[in-house]
Design a protein around this ligand. Structure first.
Ligand code: BES
Ligand code: ZN
Ligand code: ZN
Length: 478
């Protein structure tokens, strides 16, 4: 599909989508385009949809209500939903009027439309639907609006890519496959990617990552990606990102129940989020230096699997007593964090992981858990979350919670053993390896990376994290 911006509609357009905020309807524009000379029954309430068929020409005019412009984040959902529900009805050339909208609404509209065009069922012999649309044109007023459209398209395309990756089945999406995907992206968008394979991990002593991956036929890898802007000066923020890349989480010998185990293909949602962030930062040429580390492994059941009771080493040199092999995410993450801290110096450090069921008990499917000792990071990430509707909510990280994680025999254990505060004790485990970095934040995205939706019958990827992190990172650039 070809996507472009135009100043006005032309004779080829078969479908014209016109969004209006509540009570801001341009009746003359609607009458002119639809050829219907009466006031439409339409007030612009959020999600309201009216379709007008031109009496003579082969043109449909689709009026979409956006409600209060202050709630512009919802515009994304309204558009995505409108496009998804009507996808079989659109003709070959669709135009979308954006000239009347505010900047945030334009971004969200375009983003929702491009994501709404997503085609499901790629493995089916006969595709679910074939979108007839081959031209998508955004009608804008000036260069400022065009720039927003361009950024929204680039964002949506990266989100679609990572949603695709999270939705891929675990037999295809091995750790090596995730590595190759990021290498390809780095070549395409101009950032550096290195993949450390199993012998390299052994060589360098990433013992916790190796332990988690040792029960799988698909060996673990560590993906190291670096994006540098064209010029770096002392003000260029340096951001470290670490993402949990478990390609499939059976729980290991502490095996999970079989119901819904298949959803654990999404246990690399954190890896997908940080991958999407570095890719989009490169596409947008952001003035920020990003180092992105993804430990990737499959947590499998096998004679070689690591066991509950094992005491393993780690890249940091600290020893870890394994209480439960299903608490594997924190093990691979601390090797990722330590690798970053030992080999790079970063101003900001954020890790993103589908880490605990506990955070879902606490916050449900509406927000990620945020853990940090840094109030400024907490407030900036929270603001970015409100703006992008990828929301976060801060949870405690007090010293008291560490006590339960201390082991008799090793430096630390991977589970407290008490059925309470699981998201916080997991965060305390991570913090134990952060060497008191002053600007470290952990995001537990278990509830928001993969969820029920109106777009799929089963749960599917949300693309969570890319918009949040890009919005946050843009705020760091002075
Ligand atoms: N990958 C899971 C966490 C998870 C749960 C992600 C649900 C997405 C949806 C993680 O590795 C895990 O298994 N956590 C366990 C820890 C348990 C052993 C204390 C959990 O939270 O149940
Ligand atoms: Zn697990
Ligand atoms: Zn997991």
């Amino acid at each position: 599909m070809e996507i472009q911006t135009l100043k006005q509609i032309n004779d080829h357009h078969t479908d014209i989508i016109i969004p209006f905020s509540k009570d801001k309807i341009d009746v003359n524009l609607v009458k002119n385009l639809s050829g219907i000379n009466r006031n439409p029954d339409f007030s612009g309430e959020g999600k309201e949809l009216t379709i007008l068929y031109h009496p003579e020409k082969n043109i449909k005019v689709i009026l979409l209500g956006l409600g209060d412009p202050k709630e512009s984040a919802k515009t994304q959902t309204y558009f995505r939903s409108c496009i998804h529900q009507n996808r079989k009805k659109f003709g070959v050339s669709v135009a979308v009027y954006l000239t009347n909208l505010e900047d945030d609404q334009i971004f969200n509209a375009v983003n929702g439309i491009v994501i709404g065009m997503k085609q499901n069922g790629i493995f089916k012999q006969k595709k679910d639907f074939i979108l007839k649309t081959d031209h998508l044109d955004f009608i804008t007023r000036d260069a400022g609006q065009e720039k927003i459209v361009d950024e929204a398209i680039k964002t949506a395309e990266t989100q679609l890519e990572i949603m695709h990756l999270v939705d891929l089945p675990p037999n295809i999406k091995t750790p090596e496959f995730i590595g190759n995907t990021i290498v390809t992206s780095g070549q395409k968008y101009g950032y550096n990617v290195q993949v450390l394979d199993k012998p390299a991990l052994e060589d360098q002593g990433l013992k916790a990552l190796l332990a988690v991956g040792q029960g799988s036929a698909n060996p673990p890898v560590l993906i190291v990606a670096e994006y540098k802007p064209k010029t770096i000066n002392p003000n260029t923020p340096k951001v470290g990102l670490v993402g949990k890349g478990i390609s499939f989480d059976t729980g290991g010998l502490s095996i999970k129940p079989s119901a819904n185990m298949g959803y654990m293909k999404s246990d690399m949602g954190g890896a997908a989020a940080v991958f999407g962030t570095i890719e989009l930062a490169a596409k947008l040429n952001l003035d920020v230096h990003i180092i992105c580390i993804i430990p990737a492994a499959e947590n499998s059941v096998d004679a070689n699997s690591y066991r509950p009771g094992d005491i393993i080493g780690s890249y940091s040199g600290k020893s870890i007593e394994v209480i439960d092999t299903d608490a594997e995410g924190r093990l691979i993450l601390v090797d990722g964090l330590s690798y970053l801290l030992k080999n790079y110096t970063v101003d900001y450090l954020v890790d993103v992981a589908t880490l605990t069921g506990s955070v879902i008990q606490t916050l449900g499917y509406n927000a990620a858990g945020l853990f940090t000792q840094n109030d400024e990071m907490s407030s900036q990430l929270s603001k970015a979350g409100e703006k992008t509707y990828e929301r976060v909510w801060r949870l405690p990280l007090w010293e008291d919670y560490l006590t339960d994680m201390l082991s008799d025999m090793a430096d630390i254990k991977n589970l407290s053993g008490k059925p309470v505060a699981g998201a916080t004790t997991a965060a305390k485990f991570l913090e134990f390896f952060t060497e008191n970095h002053e600007r470290w934040t952990h995001l537990d995205i278990a509830g928001v990376a993969f969820s029920d939706s109106e777009y799929t019958k089963m749960r599917s990827a949300t693309g969570y994290g890319v918009r949040l992190l890009i919005e946050y990172i843009k705020g760091l650039v002075k």
